[in-house]
Design a protein around this ligand. Structure first.
Ligand SMILES: [Zn+2]
Length: 672
């Protein structure tokens, strides 16, 4: 008996063995295909129920098996699971391709879509119909055969080019090393960083120390190394990845990717690639993104210039540096920050015992959203360390299952994330409640010391818990519109907004107590945390904006006029540069986020999400951070609504207006 193919509510971890996955996947896929066939072979005329809803609720078992499997592959993997993932992933993409290329299915969806105005659908149903239709049309379902053929060629070429782009960046990162044999060259680096550099050298059979372009090696060197010439050498190597005119050069690839994306968008009837991407984003259009980036630029630039002058003056006083270069920024910023705040993690950690912080985030959720978390032992877990909770509202209604997995282990990938084992939805009159999980990598306790979190870990816990609330409080009909299934530039609102409570006295008093003495964290320490969190925020903002503008400069235009990558880039950066330009470097040739990963026309969303969370939290600040009325508005219009409506509509219903950049500027201390 395969436990994955028998009915279950919470995932039956104790019974699942690795050999169960593949047969379960294969059978569930076969069943899902049969469900699709039943839709296309239906003799009745296509209707919302027999086509759109039937498609929405098809493949549910496959989805549950997939979430168990891929959640395990992230949180508790081993070689066997990884091998199964490699076998299963192509089958799953083939399965979803077969659906989006299913012409009979699309014909039925198109018929329903054509009748949409006369079907008397709810807003959620309209959203679902629109989403299903677009998942086909945006893949070329409406195109003539020769155009479809061209689209497939472009897609194939693009995936090759993206792969090549990534391989080049990786090769350039991996081949470079700075070999140091004089210990004086490492002056300024903390002991731990020196040791790491020595170990790296040793592992490659070399004397002395090695510094590479990998972040864990590169970042500390730029931050701490006294030797300016060496910082320059390393910075130029880092900044010129895949820009050396050799076999790993990405300039041609960048031009080709931009051109093919543009052609693809045109084929599908969109003006540019950015128009295509942003159709499914809260920002909606490239014009809106440009307006947003430029508004922030105008408002943040004076502060950035002031900070830059400050930094330059500081560097001059300290080391008689007369012109601050790119390779000086990180070094002098760190020095200035130390001088100004003298704040280190060790001072803060005793106030953030893990158990207290968990308790704190639950208390905040109770005060805001009437939730009660009850730890239980009758839910199966995939590892002993996982904590399981049943979540109720204060009237005793069951809301969700919550899994929390806090510590690093072999077999868990790095970072922190929220995921789900079961989405929320309504079917046959029943409101099926979700199973949500948070996975993190926090320092574990030792026999003599409890697990004490850095402040960064505290905000991470609140952040992932915010995503968790988005999942737990979901209250929609359709699973694909539920919880965090929202547009990309909206998904970080519930998570980032939660981080704000970590800086508030009223919230910290609930949980930030010294693990030994029970003393509440002193407010002057909190004030310092706040101030240091926005240190050089103007410069940081300008940097983020420059990446967003560069992204849009490649994807929001017809790129056929662009022939010189570096020249194009310099043009895009002209309003955001603080440091002198260096002709040897090029950002685009190693900008993997937008040329290899999924961030094309999406880099702006980092700042967009910050504006949203600052603007949302400003309302709490105004009315009280535990104001029930505001919290309820947030729950009813944002947290429970998933992607059932346009995010701007949802947001305005909560806030009464569109988000404005002012709250972010104020929080960041950029409004003078
Ligand atoms: Zn997040």
């Amino acid at each position: 008996m395969n436990p994955l193919l028998s009915p279950f509510d919470t995932a039956p971890f104790s019974q699942i063995k690795n050999e169960h996955f593949k047969p379960a996947f294969l059978q569930a896929m076969e069943e899902a295909r049969a469900e699709i066939d039943r839709i296309t072979e239906n003799k009745e005329a296509p209707s919302f129920a027999n086509t759109i809803e039937a498609l929405e609720f098809s493949g549910q078992q496959l989805d549950r098996i997939s979430s168990i499997f891929f959640n395990l592959n992230s949180a508790e993997t081993n070689e066997e699971i990884q091998k199964i993932a490699q076998e299963i992933s192509p089958l799953l993409s083939e399965f979803s391709n077969d659906i989006t290329l299913n012409e009979a299915l699309f014909e039925r969806i198109k018929t329903v879509y054509g009748q949409r105005d006369s079907l008397d659908l709810t807003v959620e149903q309209q959203t679902l119909l629109d989403k299903k239709y677009k998942s086909f049309s945006r893949n070329g379902a409406n195109l003539s055969d020769d155009k479809k053929k061209r689209l497939r060629e472009i897609d194939a070429e693009l995936s090759q080019l993206k792969l090549k782009f990534g391989e080049n960046v990786l090769a350039e990162t991996n081949t470079y090393e700075m070999h140091l044999t004089d210990e004086n060259d490492l002056d300024g680096l903390p002991e731990g960083e020196k040791e790491a550099a020595a170990q790296l050298a040793q592992s490659k059979g070399k004397e002395g120390w090695l510094v590479t372009l990998d972040y864990p090696s590169y970042i500390p060197f730029m931050k701490y190394a006294k030797n300016r010439e060496l910082r320059k050498t390393l910075a130029l190597a880092f900044g010129s990845k895949a820009f050396h005119g050799d076999e790993h050069d990405n300039q041609e690839n960048v031009l080709k990717i931009a051109q093919l994306r543009y052609e693809r968008a045109n084929l599908l009837g969109y003006k540019t690639h950015a128009h295509f991407v942003l159709e499914e984003r809260m920002a909606e259009t490239p014009e809106k993104v440009h307006e947003f980036l430029n508004e922030l630029l105008v408002k943040a630039k004076p502060a950035a210039e002031k900070e830059f002058t400050e930094l330059e003056t500081f560097a001059k006083e300290l080391d008689a540096i007369d012109r601050l270069e790119k390779w000086d920024g990180s070094y002098y910023s760190e020095k200035l920050k130390q001088k100004r705040f003298n704040l280190d993690d060790e001072k803060l950690k005793p106030y953030f015992k893990l158990e207290n912080v968990i308790d704190g985030v639950f208390k905040v959720a109770e005060k805001l959203f009437d939730l009660k978390f009850q730890e239980v032992s009758d839910i199966e877990k995939y590892h002993d360390e996982v904590k399981t909770y049943k979540v109720y509202d204060t009237s005793g209604n069951f809301i969700s299952i919550f899994y929390a997995d806090f510590h690093p282990r072999k077999g868990k990938r790095g970072g922190a994330w929220m995921t789900s084992y079961k989405p929320q939805y309504r079917l046959n009159g029943e409101n099926v409640r979700p199973h949500i999980s948070n996975v993190c990598n926090f320092t574990r306790s030792t026999p003599s010391k409890p697990s004490l979190l850095t402040f960064n870990e505290v905000t991470t816990l609140f952040h992932e818990f915010g995503h968790g609330l988005h999942g737990m409080l979901a209250d929609t009909t359709y699973p694909s519109l539920s919880g965090t299934s929202v547009f990309w530039d909206f998904v970080e609102l519930p998570s980032q907004v939660m981080e704000n409570w970590c800086y508030e006295k009223e919230a910290l008093e609930l949980f930030a107590k010294h693990y030994d003495t029970g003393e509440v964290i002193p407010m002057e320490l909190v004030q310092k945390i706040k101030e240091s969190a926005t240190f050089q925020e103007g410069m940081q903002t300008l940097r983020q904006l420059s990446f967003g503008l560069l992204d849009m400069s490649w994807h929001g235009v017809d790129p056929s006029g662009i022939t010189d990558v570096k020249q194009h880039e310099s043009e895009a950066f002209k309003d955001t540069n603080l440091y002198p330009d260096t002709p040897e470097t090029c950002m685009s040739t190693a900008f993997s986020h937008i040329f290899q990963g999924g961030y094309s026309s999406g880099y702006y969303s980092y700042k967009w999400a910050e504006v949203l969370d600052a603007d949302a939290f400003a309302l709490f600040k105004e009315k009280g951070i535990f104001n029930k009325e505001i919290a309820t508005k947030f729950k009813d219009n944002v947290l429970s609504k998933g992607g059932t409506e346009s995010p701007m509509v949802l947001y305005k219903r909560f806030r009464g207006a569109e988000p404005k950049v002012e709250a972010l500027l104020e929080r960041a201390g950029l409004l003078e």
